[in-house]
Design a protein around this ligand. Structure first.
Ligand SMILES: CC(C)(COP(=O)(O)OP(=O)(O)OC[C@H]1O[C@@H](n2cnc3c(N)ncnc32)[C@H](O)[C@@H]1OP(=O)(O)O)[C@@H](O)C(=O)NCCC(=O)NCCS
Length: 194
């Protein structure tokens, strides 16, 4: 194959079945039990920040990005990243990660987080999040929580349990009772921030 013929495109809804197949092939049914999957169940991914690699009209690799929240912090969760077996070790995975980081930067995100292998992601700018700073809704090897900071200070704000930003927002929407007069103002202010 000619690597120059691989096109990198923003993800479209029409790519969904092929992406699903690629992720099934790469991760198998065990993917549903992963911590990152649990987070991604909480809401949609960001299509405009997600990319596919296309060769001869077929999707051969995909990376997705999902908005997450942890404590006061907001970030993008990178993954799943998967490349079809016949196209591995051609630099396609790295290109997709770089596209995703660039897109996150342009979207004004503070940080990109993922659960993955440091030897692969380290050279792409990711480093370990200090142990204990961030946790996931399912058991995860804390040394595999990696991040790249795009805005100074953004990483330090990510603290505690990470979850889909939509799920966190829903949890902090005040109940109708609290919206009325006399509701605790602190709670109202907190809700407006998310
Ligand atoms: C991991 C994956 C995305 C890499 O994509 P790729 O396009 O083959 O990778 P690239 O061509 O960009 O990089 C290849 C290099 O990364 C290395 N590499 C691949 N997977 C690695 C890993 N898990 N840990 C460390 N290095 C790894 C290769 O050995 C190769 O090294 P070299 O350049 O010194 O020869 C791909 O192998 C894949 O889809 N794997 C299954 C799904 C998966 O594990 N996804 C990552 C979840 S964290």
């Amino acid at each position: 194959m000619n690597i120059a013929d691989v096109a990198y495109l923003p993800e479209q809804p029409a790519h969904d079945p092929e992406i699903e197949h690629i992720n099934e092939e790469a991760f198998g049914p065990g993917r549903f039990a992963r911590a990152a999957y649990k987070i991604r169940e909480g809401g949609p991914h960001e299509r405009t920040l997600s990319f596919v690699a296309v060769y001869q009209g077929a999707v051969i690799a995909s990376v997705r990005m999902t908005r997450i929240a942890a404590g006061e912090g907001r970030a993008l969760l990178l993954g799943p990243l998967a490349v079809r077996p016949d196209y591995k070790n051609l630099g396609i995975g790295r290109r997709l990660v770089r596209f995703a980081i660039e897109a996150a930067e342009q979207a004004d995100a503070g940080a990109v987080v993922l659960v993955g292998d440091e030897p692969y992601y380290g050279p792409l700018g990711f480093g370990r999040v200090p142990r204990g700073q961030l946790s996931m809704p399912r058991p995860v090897d804390l040394d595999r929580i990696l991040a790249v900071e795009l805005k100074p200070g953004a990483l330090a704000k990510l603290k505690g349990m990470a979850d889909h930003e939509d799920r966190v927002s829903k949890q902090t929407i005040p109940s109708p009772r609290l919206r009325g007069e006399g509701g605790p103002k602190g709670r109202m202010r907190g809700s407006a921030e998310v």
